[in-house]
Design a protein around this ligand. Sequence first.
Ligand SMILES: Nc1ncnc2c1ncn2[C@@H]1O[C@H](COP(=O)(O)OP(=O)(O)OP(=O)(O)O)[C@@H](O)[C@H]1O
Length: 439
Amino acid sequence: MGNVATRKRPGCHHTARSDENEEEEDGPARKRLGLQKIIQKMNIRSKHHKLAFKSRLQKLKNCRPHLKRRTYKVEEADPRPPLPRFIVDDYDNYEKPETANRKEFAIPWFEHLFLPEFPTRSVINEKSFILERQLGRGSFGVVYCASAIHDSERKFAIKMQEKREIISKRAVLQVKREASIQRLLPAHPFIARTYSTWQTRTHLYSLLQYPTGSTGDLFSIWRQRGSLSEAAIRLIGAELASAIDFLHRNDVIYRDVKLENVVLDQWGHALLIDFGLAKKLKPGCSTGTICGTLQYMSPDVASGHTYSHYVDWWSLGVLLHILLTGIYPYPNSEATHHANLKFIDYSTPIGCSREFANLMDRMLAVSQTHRLCSFTVLHAHPFFRSINFSKLEQKDYTPASEIGNAEYDTYQQNDETLDDALFKENYDFDRFDYFNDRF
Ligand SMILES: Nc1ncnc2c1ncn2[C@@H]1O[C@H](COP(=O)(O)OP(=O)(O)OP(=O)(O)O)[C@@H](O)[C@H]1O
């Protein structure tokens, strides 16, 4: 302690250091000039007085160092190094920073490209987990189930995407948008959370919520078990409706509701994953990119006109229709282009409850004036009347107990079954739209 006090007290053995500092900061010439001016002003003539004054002034300065005049070199803040222009068709077309400017880029361009959504230095990284098994494959990589090194009980999903693939498919903005939307979203019981994102030289990583004791995605469950009971569809449908409404209230349009993008936990609760086509969109605003999965695409998207959040309700209608009947509502299983989608020959499912039939008629009506286009209307629909949505969000219901009690299998072997369907996943008409605001 004594040392510390002495160190702080000026005029002791630290004087020399203090002088040094002063010389560094003010410069010896300036110091001398300052004293001489003061001596002149004060009209001190005798040599003896001058010396005494100098030494007193010096002591005073040493005792009150905070009063010393300091000359700080205030440099203008460096402008941020120019960002590389995102003309990213592929590695070759990428406009790399000129070699002369290379020093300005502390990190290589292919890391810079994915900043700030995927930080290069992250406390959580791939070394913090043990990859256990593959959960699925996406367009740019693989999703693994992983456990934390220090807590093997805790499971996560880790999405590992190859940068090379992303760049060559010109989807840089898409993956960055996906990460930022997912990370900024508040927590919701039926939407998979993104806990962290980071990058290495070759890969992008996203640490995602893994549904406890997951039983897989809805598509594989539907394939294994066939049609679901109306009771199960009601609960899963209500959970997804709650998630979609939450996204819309947070100014996000999802645009890819489909069986493959819903995973279930051991109690059958739904978790919406894959925000690859999601976009920030304020209420009342519209967008125009033709994207989504063809078989779930609403007539508004397919027409090429602008559309808004309501297109997600159409896709949910298609999903619920498939869960009960096993077929697409419209004859589009073979479609490979949005212009070939047909919105004719719809028939109300038979053999189901009147409420469900009516819900399908409303959700899948081509005419927007007849279509169910909002959560408020869905919430009040007789099919969901028995659901208390507050309780639902508290996970008071258990959909798993209802899954497998199917009473509706008349359509199972129809020509239009999903098994035969030619999937065009994440269809988008013009990938270039990822690079402008229209997307
Ligand atoms: N959080 C998760 N929990 C459990 N399984 C998951 C999770 N995220 C993804 N999966 C599994 O991995 C598969 C691929 O994931 P996802 O669709 O997110 O990848 P993607 O690269 O975005 O693919 P896409 O080509 O559909 O955009 C999913 O179908 C699902 O089976």
